[in-house]
Design a protein around this ligand. Structure first.
Ligand code: PHB
Length: 393
């Protein structure tokens, strides 16, 4: 190459590099999850799958994603303080996460007021897509009422007439049981007693189980998750309750994340959920294989929330979003076919719309697995007082 040609080529390479540097977006993501406390394993599952989702779908997005992690410790005041830090100090473009409905309730006004988009990757708090909805909050996971609402009628149809309910005494426990109770009683069932053990403080469920046993119920319906779900299911079995009073609940109770820790105590428990790893579709097969290869685990509902949140973020960027305002506008509009099927966000509430799978935990060739008994059709939540303001366009 002669000198002039070499100099021209060098200039071309430099300006191409400068051009692509100018085009490449650097999206700063604040990942707010519990990395300690009763939901720590759930947070890690979301984190692992979020990273997998960014690696799988983000490579050709032209953007780089920088992640700032904060531990909310499943404590609303801690979640609020960490949210302010992520927004004001780290100046994140978007927040992802929140496992507990209590933490979501605590940070809602701050993300809404600051105009920072939040992709909810777990917390089912009904109010966040109801009376406290926000154009900055898009939920990719589920709502508490959505998972539990159809189970009441399904159980009545199976011949269950009298139920005793137990759930931790905080927003998610109350909302899940209320939604179940509404559906169950509307279908002709009767709730004969209820218990609300203190959240994160109850280790011995014995007194609550004794009351359920004495209540005259045909079955028990519960919500527990994480460490509390493991203890509850084991104690239920060791009290000899399972044979007498079949155990039902929302499917977090026997999540793929910790069902092996419950062991045979979980066998025969029937629950409802928006994702089980045994769903038979090509997107789920690819997800299960990739997640297993990365972590050695079978993906749970928490993992699918992380994976789909990453994909939603990437899709928003591919649609041209570059900052808080444009991400907030793009996120509720994303749609793609993922492990749960077609992902659809209801524009009236910014909540996901999806079918609910009733599944039984059964022994399989490689341990416990999820046998789908029924798939109940997708139903958008009622708007529940949400008047969605158009903050951005
Ligand atoms: C919630 O607090 O909204 C919550 C937590 C854990 C779950 C489900 C819902 O598994």
């Amino acid at each position: 190459m002669n000198k002039t040609f070499r100099a021209a080529l060098a200039g071309l390479v430099t300006s191409t590099a400068m051009l692509s540097a100018a085009c490449a977006e650097d999206i700063k993501v604040g990942l707010l999850l519990p990395y300690s406390g009763v939901y720590a394993a759930l947070g890690q599952d979301i984190d692992d799958a979020f990273a997998l989702g960014l690696a799988t779908f983000g490579a050709d997005s032209g953007a780089t994603f920088e992640i700032v992690r904060e531990d909310d410790e499943v404590k609303p005041p801690v979640g609020l303080a960490k949210t302010k830090k992520l927004i004001l100090q780290d100046e994140v473009d978007v927040m992802v996460g929140v496992v507990s409905s209590g933490v979501l309730g605590a940070i809602r006004d701050t993300v809404d007021g600051a105009g920072v988009p939040l992709i909810v990757a777990n917390a089912g708090n009904d109010e966040a897509t109801g009376e406290a909805c926000s154009p900055f909050i898009t939920r990719i996971s589920f709502s508490n009422q959505q998972v539990n609402r159809p189970m009441g009628k399904w159980m009545v149809d199976q011949g269950v007439k009298k139920v005793f309910t137990i759930a931790p005494d905080y927003a998610a426990g109350r909302q899940m049981i209320d939604a179940f109770t509404t559906g169950f009683t509307a279908a002709g069932g009767e709730v004969v007693g209820q218990e609300w053990p203190a959240f994160q403080k109850t280790q011995d469920f014995g007194p609550f189980l004794a009351n359920a046993k004495a209540s005259g119920a045909d079955a028990v319906y519960v919500f527990f998750a994480g460490g509390e779900a493991i203890s509850f299911v084991k104690q239920y079995d060791s009290f000899g309750m399972k044979a007498e009073l079949p155990l039902y609940g929302s499917g977090f109770l026997t999540s793929a994340l910790y069902v092996e820790a419950q062991g045979p105590a979980a066998e025969g428990v029937i629950t409802a959920l928006h994702y089980v790893p045994t769903l038979d579709n090509p997107e789920n097969a690819a997800f299960v294989a990739a997640f297993k290869e990365k972590t050695g685990r079978i993906p749970s509902e928490y993992a699918v929330h992380g994976y789909d949140s990453a994909r939603a973020l990437v899709e928003a960027v591919k649609a041209g979003a570059t900052d808080r305002e444009t991400l907030a506008a793009a996120l509720p509009k994303v749609s793609f076919t993922g492990p749960r099927g077609e992902l659809r966000i209801d524009p009236a509430t910014n909540n996901i719309v999806q079918p609910i799978h009733v599944y039984e935990t059964v022994a399989g060739a490689d341990g416990l697995t999820q046998k789908v008994l029924a798939t109940l059709p997708a139903e958008a939540d009622p708007v529940n007082g949400c008047a969605m303001p158009a903050a951005v366009n």
